[in-house]
Design a protein around this ligand. Structure first.
Ligand code: ASP
Length: 439
């Protein structure tokens, strides 16, 4: 049997285990189709309210979870040699995954040329709707790349914490955790406190998951109900290009990475994280999915030491799915506006997408804000963008849901590779859990 079939079967088994969430997804799609937001604005409002409430509830635990996980992760690693080794591997594997992602995306966008079929399309009502949004986003990013690096330095860690700015938080917490691990016994009480916070947030996550089925239902239904089905044919090639690139990443690149760098069977890993995959799809938020990603990975044998170090960093910085969509979207726009696409321009777009995606927060829609960084980087004006953006936005939520699957899956892939390399993966749990659960 081909590896793709095996992966699909593993996912189906995982879905069967989490049937209630899957049912939520399916019913969400059906109800969303029957109640389009334009005709049933009140139904949409209720669904949107319930979905947003679910996302807020999960996000409630994200900040304490990320902070406590990184502190425990780094203090568990202990000596600086180990930390450098693990940190180096993390950068290496996340780097490879993202570079491959932008390369695949560039090739596909250049071959399919999604922008050509949308050339000349203008829809005034949608344009006026997002005009302000696009201009704001562009203005914000205009300050150039060096400002972005300055922005991530947490000059006031407490204000970063209260604003939920994940990258500055992570930078501060990482430095703080390294300092704690170098401070000897005196730091033990504080580390224990964070261990308690971590345990409590995981408990809350368990409780929140009781709401997963209705939450995913409401999110999916509201997303489907607000789709602009009418413009599908105008951007069908864009959808095709995005779908193809994400599928290649999911079914080819991750399995290859697992095969080359570890002994982890892809089917077992995907089966193990299927619940997180569905929640990623429903919430379109890798931060909101993080508690569940950690639960799934730990339950199936990846050590807490690796999970608590690799996954929170991944959920914030490793956004290969986002990078894929950004590259294709920007090439779509450049093709649509007839910009000359030289090899150098493609490389520039790909490199900017690596930066832009990793500065995207793990929340819905973040990738479509940071995309402005790439567009500015290649000198496009807001006036040129509006029409193209209006097309992309009609299906943005759905694209967001699918790219978030990749963002979350690649975190788990890298965590399992590092755990395998470091002898921190309990293969008994990974390989046999399925049969135990069925037995
Ligand atoms: N929604 C994505 C995530 O949370 C980020 C984005 O691409 O908008 O991973």
């Amino acid at each position: 049997m081909g590896i793709h079939m095996q992966v699909i079967i593993a996912l189906l088994l995982g879905i069967k285990r989490n049937g209630h969430i899957f049912l939520g997804l399916i019913f969400g799609i059906i109800i969303g189709c029957f109640f389009p937001s334009e005709q049933y604005p009140n139904v949409y409002k209720i669904l949107n309210f319930a979905g947003s409430a679910f996302i807020n509830i999960i996000q409630m635990v994200v900040l304490p979870l990320v902070v406590s996980a990184i502190i425990i992760g780094i203090s568990n690693i202990g000596d600086s040699k180990q930390l450098t080794k693990l940190g180096g591997k993390l950068i290496l594997y996340y780097g490879i995954i993202t570079v491959v992602a932008v390369s695949v995306a560039s090739i596909i966008a250049l071959v399919i040329q999604p922008g050509l079929s949308a050339k000349g399309l203008i829809q005034p009502d949608i344009i006026s709707h997002i005009q302000g949004y696009v201009t704001d986003a562009i203005n914000y990013q205009r300050d150039n790349i060096s400002q972005i690096f300055l922005d991530v330095i947490p000059k006031n860690p407490f204000s970063a914490l209260s604003d939920g700015k994940m990258i500055p938080i992570i930078i501060f917490v990482t430095v703080f955790a390294i300092a704690l691990s170098k401070s000897g016994d005196i730091s033990r009480p504080l580390v224990s406190m964070f261990e308690s916070i971590f345990a409590a947030t995981m408990k809350i996550t368990d409780w929140i998951m009781y709401l997963a089925a209705p939450g995913i239902f409401a999110l999916t239904a509201s997303a489907v109900s607000s789709f602009g089905f009418g413009v599908f044919q105008n951007i069908s090639k864009y959808i095709l290009a995005v779908a193809l690139a994400l599928l290649i990443q999911f079914f080819v690149v991750y399995p290859l990475m697992l095969k080359i760098f570890s002994k982890v069977p892809v089917t077992k890993l995907y089966g193990a994280i299927s619940e997180a995959i569905m929640v990623a799809f429903g919430t379109a938020s890798s931060s909101a999915t993080l508690p569940l990603t950690i639960t799934c990975c730990e339950k199936r044998g990846i050590s807490n030491r690796v999970c608590s170090f690799v996954l929170p960093l991944g959920a914030t910085l490793n956004m290969d799915g986002t990078a894929i969509v950004q590259v294709i979207a920007v090439l779509f726009l450049t093709q649509m506006y007839g910009v000359d696409i030289s090899p150098l321009l493609v490389i520039e777009i790909a490199l900017l997408a690596i930066i832009a995606s990793s500065t995207s927060a793990g929340i819905p829609g973040a990738g479509m804000i940071t995309i402005a960084l790439i567009l500015n980087g290649i000198g496009l004006t807001p006036e040129q963008l509006v029409v193209g953006f209006s097309l992309l936005f009609t299906i943005e939520r759905f694209v967001d849901m699918t790219r978030t699957i990749c963002n979350v899956t690649s975190d788990a892939v890298v965590a399992s590779i590092i755990a395998d390399n470091e002898n921190e993966l309990n293969y008994d749990l990974l390989l046999n859990q399925e049969s135990k659960e069925q037995g």
